[in-house]
Design a protein around this ligand. Structure first.
Ligand SMILES: C[S@@+](CC[C@H](N)C(=O)[O-])C[C@H]1O[C@@H](n2cnc3c(N)ncnc32)[C@H](O)[C@@H]1O
Length: 282
């Protein structure tokens, strides 16, 4: 039974990190005219109403996109991402927030392709409505881990896969590693971006997952952003993106972005960021 609904969290600090990195990866792929494919294993609904009941239950977007929005003209590095949010909002008021499939769809070109997977019955319906008749999009109502392996290598062969599970099931951590291993064997030239939560000490499994990923021997870059201190127990204090086969000089791009995002999103002085390149087994 799937209980996670992204509408409760849309536009929060973790979405900012994930979607900023995603848009930069897509910008990189667009530097060549050659077509590419974007795969999303856990797509969600694709677009979220920030004035709706769910988004306002904990109003997480107030510590996320609502902080970036008033100063959006001062973030040239995030031009693509910000334009995508702006395209959904007619005036200064922030009403809608795009999910990863909508960000990719608005940035991809005519020659590019999107493969979107989602398992939840309601979320796939919402996604279908948003992606309505876009000929570049193939929608799959299926398990994204198993789907990524089955659908790679994609056509066209250049491209990027976002792996963004809810991690409500402990197995998700293990499934990320196993899926990455299998997909990479079939599609070694793909770029893979894995989002993961940074949780309190008792609950955190991210570092174990990263150590297992590192053993796969794929060039790997991690970017983590914490908006407050880690709790000794539960709670999400930050999140990370692990990028496998990162584009050339992507690390330098993140080195500029992360400190700025950290100042923007910090809730306490313990907020911090890290970027690590892991090029060999260890
Ligand atoms: C974190 S949300 C995705 C958010 C989206 N990637 C974004 O950035 O806007 C995770 C989604 O995965 C879906 N999901 C959970 N388990 C899944 C699975 N095994 N395969 C595909 N989708 C799954 C959930 O229904 C939920 O919509």
């Amino acid at each position: 039974m799937l209980s996670y609904r992204h509408a409760f969290h849309a536009g929060n600090h973790a979405d900012i990190l994930k979607h900023a990195v995603l848009s930069l990866l897509i910008d990189q792929l667009k530097q060549k005219d050659k077509p590419f494919c974007y795969l999303d294993t856990h797509s969600g609904g694709g677009c979220y109403d920030l004035t709706g009941e769910w988004a306002n239950k904990k109003a997480e977007y107030l510590d996320g996109i609502a902080r970036l929005w008033p100063q959006r003209d001062q973030w040239p590095a995030l031009k693509s991402y910000i334009e995508c949010v702006a395209a959904l909002n007619n005036d200064d008021t922030l009403h809608y927030y795009p999910g990863s499939p909508e960000i990719a769809r608005s940035l991809l070109r005519e020659q590019d392709r999107l493969i979107l997977m989602e398992l939840h019955n309601n979320e796939i319906d919402i996604l279908r409505q948003h992606m309505y008749r876009d000929p570049r999009v193939a929608l799959h109502h299926r398990d994204g881990f198993e789907g990524l392996v089955a659908l790679t290598p994609p056509t066209p062969r250049r491209g990027l896969a976002l792996i963004d599970p809810p991690y409500e099931l402990k197995e998700d951590y293990d499934r990320v590693v196993k899926t990455l291993a299998k997909a990479w064997r079939r599609w070694p030239v793909g770029i893979y971006a894995v989002w993961y939560p940074l949780l309190g000490e008792e609950a955190d499994r991210s570092q174990h997952m990263l150590r297992e990923c590192q053993k796969l021997g794929i060039p790997m870059l991690t970017a983590e952003l914490s908006i407050q201190a880690q709790s000794p127990t539960w709670g999400m204090h930050g999140s990370g993106m692990a990028i496998f086969n990162p584009p050339w000089q992507f690390e330098q791009q993140l080195e500029k972005l992360l400190p700025e995002l950290c100042s923007l999103l910090a809730l306490t002085p313990q907020a911090n960021w890290t970027i690590k390149s892991h090029n060999s087994e260890g």
